[in-house]
Design a protein around this ligand. Structure first.
Ligand SMILES: [Zn+2]
Length: 411
């Protein structure tokens, strides 16, 4: 192994170890009893179930990450990338189709590898704790639909990136940045009407007190709400959620049928108030701006990687190409993205508190949101005592105990 290979392999292993250490600390932080002000949420038996669920998911996660890391290191250090590159070149096709086959082969291999893990997570672990509502048919339909959407939407984008880097010269990264930004915004624009209905059924929330209350709340707070939809989340899981889709004056909110089944009307309104808070406090706009900036930086760094033959040599690839560079780049970025995700998670947690405060100010009190969050966390067997390092690494939302205490003005 060359020095650079050793360094990269070490960085990948260290990234893995950091995750496992955070997991171990998290498991050790599981307390024998719920925090005193949350005792009403779980009975002793329910609290033990939460602990067992957290342990089982964590340990299963280790198996998945260890297998992925071992296969990546094995494939790389045994010369797999070089061999795949020679095979695709042997087809004698032009540069862009050759690149699509090279990347496509790796993406497909990765997707097939992931299947047994997501099957086990759904039909064994989630099933055991009573969350799973998915059938084998739904599972395979999702796989087929997801693959179709990825090919139709991702294929042309990838071809465009390969083509631009091969022919647009030194400004290729700028062109790619513009194309990917336009593509991202375009996909978000068509997702509610063309893509999401492929996976779920959306129905308009029937007229009634809840609908009136939501529309009145939005109007009172100067928020253009074009529609309130119910989505059949119960098709896959008992876990509940809510989200916004659409732009400008065409924003709609989608409420999971499981959310409506779990929460009282005032609690649903408080959850929607929180979601509106993300728009009103400009979190959504910030998120988009950061994502666009991130894309630009990534393409600039990619353009540097493509100019560095030593990087290709590390992967036993004799003829540098855009497609091989793109794959190598994603591997190089794995350790670098870790500190970046720490910062993004910290920002996201701050935004959650701000959206909660918006809900408190507009609804008049934090009581309903707090009781809604309590109920949802008990229903999903949420860990009430996550370790701070685990929170820093993985939580885009503050731990529910801290959020509820802040909402109830006890923090
Ligand atoms: Zn939020």
């Amino acid at each position: 192994m060359s020095t650079w290979q050793t360094l990269l392999a070490a960085a990948l292993v260290i990234t893995f170890v950091i995750e496992v250490v955070a997991d171990v600390l998290n498991l050790r932080a599981l307390a024998p009893e719920a925090p005193r002000d949350f005792r009403d949420l779980y009975d002793a038996d329910g609290y033990r179930r939460m602990q067992a669920y957290t342990r089982e998911r964590t340990r299963f996660g280790w198996i998945g990450s260890a297998v992925r890391l071992a296969l990546l290191l094995g494939f790389w250090l045994l010369g797999g990338f070089g061999a795949l590159d020679r095979w695709t070149r042997g087809l004698g096709w032009p540069e862009v189709p050759t690149g699509l086959v090279f990347i496509g082969a790796l993406v497909i291999a990765q997707a097939i590898l992931r299947l047994p893990f997501s099957w086990y997570a759904t039909f064994v672990i989630e099933e055991k704790y009573g969350f799973n509502r998915s059938t084998a048919r739904t599972f395979w339909t999702d796989v087929a639909t997801g693959t179709g959407v990825a090919i139709v939407l991702g294929g042309p984008l990838l071809a465009a990136i390969l083509w631009l880097f091969a022919s647009a010269g030194p400004s290729a990264w700028l062109w790619c940045w513009a194309v990917v930004t336009a593509w991202t915004i375009g996909v978000q624009y068509v997702a509610p009407t063309w893509i999401m209905p492929l996976f779920n059924r959306f129905t308009s929330l029937p007229d009634g007190e809840l609908r009136d209350a939501l529309l009145a709340f939005a109007a009172r707070n100067g928020f253009p709400l074009a529609g309130v939809w119910v989505i059949d989340g119960s098709k896959r899981s008992t876990k509940a959620n809510a989200f916004f889709t659409g732009f400008g004056a065409r924003k709609r909110i989608a409420l999971f049928d499981t959310l409506l089944a779990t929460l009282a009307r005032a609690e649903v309104l408080a959850v929607v108030a929180h979601e509106i808070g993300h728009y009103k406090r400009r979190h959504v706009q910030w998120g988009l701006a950061i994502a666009i900036l991130h894309t630009g930086v990534l393409f600039f760094v990619l353009s540097l990687v493509l100019e560095t033959p030593a990087v290709f040599a590390m992967f036993a690839i004799d003829r540098p190409s855009v497609h091989a560079g793109l794959v190598i780049f994603t591997i190089l970025m794995t350790p670098i993205e870790l500190p970046l995700s720490l910062a993004m998670n910290a920002l996201s947690r701050r935004h959650e508190y701000e959206a909660d405060r918006f809900a408190v100010e507009t609804v008049g009190s934090g009581r309903d949101l707090a009781s809604g969050l309590r109920r949802l966390s008990a229903d999903t067997l949420a860990n009430l005592t996550p370790h701070p390092w685990y929170v820093a690494l993985h939580h885009s939302h503050p731990p529910v105990v801290e959020r509820v205490r802040a909402l109830e003005g006890r923090r």
